[in-house]
Design a protein around this ligand. Structure first.
Ligand SMILES: [Cu+2]
Length: 315
């Protein structure tokens, strides 16, 4: 076949492999996991797709075969009295039943492995690595992230620093509306709700910087509600903690209430706090439940992003 005979559109098919090679770069986050939860989720996604292809591919091939065999002019056998075939019955009922059973078993195992309340894949890892899990409390506001490290007595806004290969256990809550804690390359999303507590755990396996955000729309500032996830060595983590401990900003309940005021994080500003109020997390949940942590969102914050008032209230 000469080059000219290939229709224009099909020539682009040659570029298709590039799309898959792209999976090696960081642009396709879900296909490029860097933590054991995201890796497990990708594994089960591939398994599920492969299992379902066991039905889809033969069905497509069979449809094509029927179309060719029974096309006009092929003189295929005409059987007007035909009404039953045991082989066909077994095929059309048996295969789906087997596939549903296999999918069910895989889903059962998989959901327990990545279940945010007790991911068995993380507890298995903790058993072998013997690294003490790091506890982090996540508090979302409109529209910022606060990460509290109770044992280290520090907190950081819009930046999550964790050691690699060490399990991290999160407790999460929100001050005003439902958000979503999502780091595509590390861990799947989990809801963060006001007055409630959710949990999540993760292990990052590769040193690097990742992208976290809320996957739920929560008003005008959602687009900027992002945070950087920095996975570092244990030594770098300790150095970061010491640096944060030198911050002059103390996290009392009063400073927290100021922090939690509606603020759009357009500048991605990172702030460190020390002297964190013990059980700030519990305080926040209680106050939200009692209706004592209410803020009015000023209209200008969601009206005009070019106004001076907007600039004053964004960091
Ligand atoms: Cu939704």
């Amino acid at each position: 076949m000469t080059r000219k005979k290939i229709p224009g559109f099909f020539r682009y098919l040659a570029l298709l492999p590039l799309l898959f090679l792209g999976g090696c770069s960081s642009d396709f986050w879900l296909f490029n996991p860097k933590g054991i939860i995201a890796q497990t989720e990708l594994y089960y996604m591939i398994v599920d797709v492969a299992i379902m292809l066991v039905i889809i591919v033969p069905t497509i091939l069979f449809t094509v075969w029927v179309m060719i065999k029974y096309r006009a002019g092929n003189n295929a056998t005409h059987a007007p009295k035909w009404s039953h075939s045991n082989a066909l019955e077994v095929l059309v009922w048996g295969v789906p039943v087997v596939i549903v059973v296999v999918l069910a078993v895989y889903s059962y195992i998989g959901t327990h492995q990545v279940n945010p309340w007790n991911p068995t894949i993380v507890s298995e890892h903790a058993k072998y690595s013997k690294a003490k899990p790091l506890e982090v409390d996540v508090i979302t506001t409109d529209w910022q992230w606060l990460f509290v490290y109770p044992s280290q007595n520090v907190a950081a806004s819009n930046e999550l620093v964790v050691p690699v290969d060490r399990p991290v256990n999160f407790r999460l809550t929100s001050t005003s509306v439902t958000n979503n804690f999502f780091i595509p390359q590390i861990v799947g999303q989990v809801y963060v709700m006001p007055g409630m507590r959710s949990k999540q755990s993760m292990v990052v396996q590769h040193i690097g910087e990742y992208h976290g955000f809320t996957a739920a729309l929560s008003g005008g500032g959602t687009s900027w509600m992002e945070f950087k996830v920095k996975a570092v060595t244990e030594a770098d983590f300790n150095a970061w903690v010491s640096k944060a401990q030198q911050s002059t900003d103390k996290l009392t309940y009063t400073t927290f209430k100021t922090f939690a005021k509606p603020t759009i994080n357009t500048g991605g500003k990172v702030q460190y706090f020390t002297d964190v109020l013990p059980d700030l997390f519990g305080h926040v949940i209680k106050n939200v439940r009692d209706g004592k942590l209410l803020y009015k969102t000023p209209m200008f914050l969601t009206e005009n992003m070019l106004s001076n008032e907007f600039k004053q209230h964004s960091n």
